[in-house]
Write a protein that binds this ligand. Structure first.
Ligand code: ADP
Length: 469
């Protein structure tokens, strides 16, 4: 099939979060399965000088026309960059220190229209246009309105993937004329949402198929608790809504070949993990011992990630016989709180308030247990990485965590709160003391298949169904 992947960020060209990982890894997996894929994204300031994001190699960036540049990833995937200095030549992707850019609606409206026109310019007759999050939601809206009668686009089908329903692209009504859409689309059955423009809502209504990044999250977002106000719109489209787990990029996250860790190891020879634990304990100034479990956290420090219950539980956790290493950045209140507690329990907590990719690898490899008590989690990468590294996750039963962790490979608590979180940690500590049981858990964890290939096959099925339908 011919697939055009349109996203506002794509590894290795620009990244602020998990969306970029998906938009970069899925095309490569699709290409490996024999499909023809192109990527279309904005040409940001950082795109012109691409950092080595997550080790994926890209070709050099070249000029195609006055406002289009291109590069390549994978075997032969062309990535097109839509340039517009006034809109994209800025330090941030969506915001600066003062907050979201005031012209985000104009920026991404421009991107969506230009992306549609680009398809015709390069004569890419896509079977599927796969769009991601609110920034690209106008593409399906335009295809079903402005370009409805254009034969070039007529057979193209659209798929929208929602990575986090908490971000919807909401703008004031008075900007509606900038979309160049008929006012009839500004109503409850269109882009209007309580008197404002909601781009994600437009994407949900106008896309042929909608996906989100785990099966459980696809159900959760149809409920008031998790739907952020769009649960009704999603429920109406429930027959076209699917959950496909994100894959993990095993070329980056693989204990057998990971360059950042002290010793490589694998399912077949897991002994090397001990050396990583030892090195991590040294790095954290913890006593080096194999009998005390090391617990790891690598996370944004945000309430979504469960830091509210971690705050309540932390004193109790520190009184248990364990070592806890935390790597993260985020909300100031958690920086402060964790700083205080780490000072109080220096032998138990090692705190690293920064973004540090090599250290993250060391923590995944050297810890015994990984804590991820997220209140909600569309998919989650942390638990997938820790499973791969034989580090047993303790998670709350939600979203992608519920779909990937169970009693065979980890510890799951079902009532969100300090008490059950602590109980789950204590169960993990008890299991850790039983060496045979622990070795079995590790084996099962490491054997799990969360490869992109598996996810890509599921996307292909949806693409085919959408195309046929
Ligand atoms: P998010 O909601 O933040 O995208 P995920 O679990 O899906 O959560 O992905 C987070 C990714 O970012 C993981 O790969 C994790 O290892 C990484 N990460 C988070 N915080 C840090 C940090 N402070 N330093 C290095 N890597 C981090």
């Amino acid at each position: 099939m011919r697939i055009a992947m349109c996203a506002s960020e794509v590894v290795p060209f620009a990244k602020t979060g998990g969306l970029a990982d998906v938009a970069g890894a899925l095309p490569v997996a699709l290409e490996k399965l024999g499909h023809e894929v192109i990527i279309i994204m904005p040409g940001y300031k950082e795109t012109r000088y691409p950092k080595s994001l997550s080790c994926r190699q890209a070709g050099e960036i070249r000029k195609l026309s006055a406002d289009i540049a291109f590069s390549s990833i994978g075997e032969n995937i062309k990535a097109y960059f839509i340039k517009n200095d006034a809109y994209f030549n800025r330090d941030g992707l969506y915001q600066d220190k003062k907050g979201d850019y005031k012209d985000n609606l104009e920026r991404f409206t421009y991107f969506c229209r230009r992306a549609i026109v680009l398809l015709k310019e390069i004569n890419f007759r896509a079977d599927i246009i796969h769009v991601h999050d609110w920034q690209t939601c106008l593409i399906p809206v335009y295809l079903k309105s402005i370009y409805k009668e254009d034969p070039f686009y007529k057979k193209m089908r659209t798929i929208l993937t929602i990575h986090n329903i908490g971000y919807q692209g909401i703008f004031p009504k008075d900007k509606f004329p900038k979309l160049a859409l008929d006012w009839s689309l500004f109503d409850m059955k269109g882009l209007e949402y309580y008197g404002q423009i909601n781009l994600l809502k437009g994407g949900i209504i106008f896309s042929d198929t909608i996906t989100t990044v785990s099966p459980t999250y696809s159900k959760e977002i149809q409920t008031e608790e998790f739907g952020f106000g769009l649960e009704g719109v999603l429920s109406e489209r429930k027959d076209s809504l699917f959950g496909i787990l994100n894959g993990l990029d095993y070329s980056i996250w693989n204990p057998e070949s990971d360059k950042f860790i002290a010793r490589n190891f694998s399912c077949g020879s897991p002994q090397g993990k001990n050396k990583n634990k030892e090195e991590l304990q040294k790095l954290c100034n913890f006593p080096v011992t194999n009998t005390v479990p090391v617990l790891g956290i690598v996370s944004r420090l945000a309430e979504q990630k469960g830091f509210d219950i971690l705050r309540e539980a932390i004193e109790d956790i520190c009184k248990l016989n364990l070592q806890l290493v935390i790597l993260g950045t985020g909300e100031a209140r958690y920086h402060e709180l964790l700083g205080k507690i780490a000072k109080k329990y220096p032998k138990t907590i090692s705190l690293h308030l920064k973004f540090d990719d090599p250290l993250a690898h060391k923590i995944y490899a050297g810890s015994d247990i990984f804590l991820m008590p997220s209140r909600y989690e569309p998919c989650g990468l942390g638990q997938l990485i820790s499973l791969r590294y034989g580090t047993i996750p303790v998670v709350f039963k939600t979203g992608g965590l519920a779909d990937t962790v169970n009693k065979d490979n980890g510890f799951v608590f079902v009532k969100y709160g300090k008490t059950d979180f602590l109980k789950a940690i204590k169960s993990a500590l008890k299991a850790f003391r039983d060496k045979e049981l622990w070795a079995c858990l590790m084996q099962r964890a490491m054997k799990g298949d969360f490869s992109w290939e598996k996810s890509a096959r599921q996307y292909i099925k949806l693409y085919k169904d959408a195309s046929a339908g």
